[in-house]
Design a protein. Sequence first.
Length: 308
Amino acid sequence: MVILRFTIIFMFFALVGCTNLQRLAHVYVGNAPEANVFHFKDGGSAIYYTFTIDDNPRPDTFVFFYGGSGCPSWKYVMPNYIAGLDLPSRVFVLNKRHVSDRSTGMFGCGEAFHLSNNPEQWVADYAEFIRAQFDSEGDRPKRFLLVGVSEGSQVAARVAGMVQEVTHLAIIGSGGYTMRRSLVTLKEKGAIGFNVETGWQEIASDPRSIDKNWFGNRYRWWTDVMDLDPLPYYFKLNIPIMVGVGEQDESVPVESARHLEAKFREAGKTNLKLTVYPAADHRLQAGGTDYRREFFGQVARMMREQKQ
């Protein structure tokens, strides 16, 4: 039965690429984490994962992950995604609502997912989940790191300003532009072929629709995120912030991260460090090099150096 399962898996994913095949294989034969269920106060729920780095039963660092568009489960990349964070830690990773343990996101996300897939829900869920983990601990760890990835970066920045226990923030594949400005920049660089203004006019004709789709996301999603300005949320923070972006990122332009860095410099704020990885993409990968390990190594050093 196992052999048949992997035969089917291989035949399908051979058509869509090696990376997807590796991710799926990780779920069945790797060290993928076990699923847990978190119940929100409003009656909803979401899958989450937790594991430790260095097998320390009482680490002095907690790490919380959130982010990424669509509905793939974090199960496919954890704990390998955080390799490089050589710091005894307990890691918590929250899927979005209505994302199942083994959802690949490749076969659609479902109506319930799209109804809850909006920034206010992301922020409320992430904050409630984090506070619940804090409240369940007796002796609080010394350091609390939030990690925001791509779409989740603004969420992490917002929640970092809401939860006073957070001591550090790490951002991957994001910056200080609005979505609209990022898309216009990518268009100017030739990274995308569609016309942003034409698309926006289509979305504006039915802005709350969860049935109509434009370049991978529903109209409501675009309406909710297109003009969100992340800068006010970052500026509220006085904790150390580490930002990593790929030089050749075709989802969020590197100019967005450099804009964030420049705005901090103009404001006289010194708590943000940006690293641009040469030739790397949105996942901080370039050819055979995965810069995420280097990035999380930098994050670990930042946290060790920070006096508590």
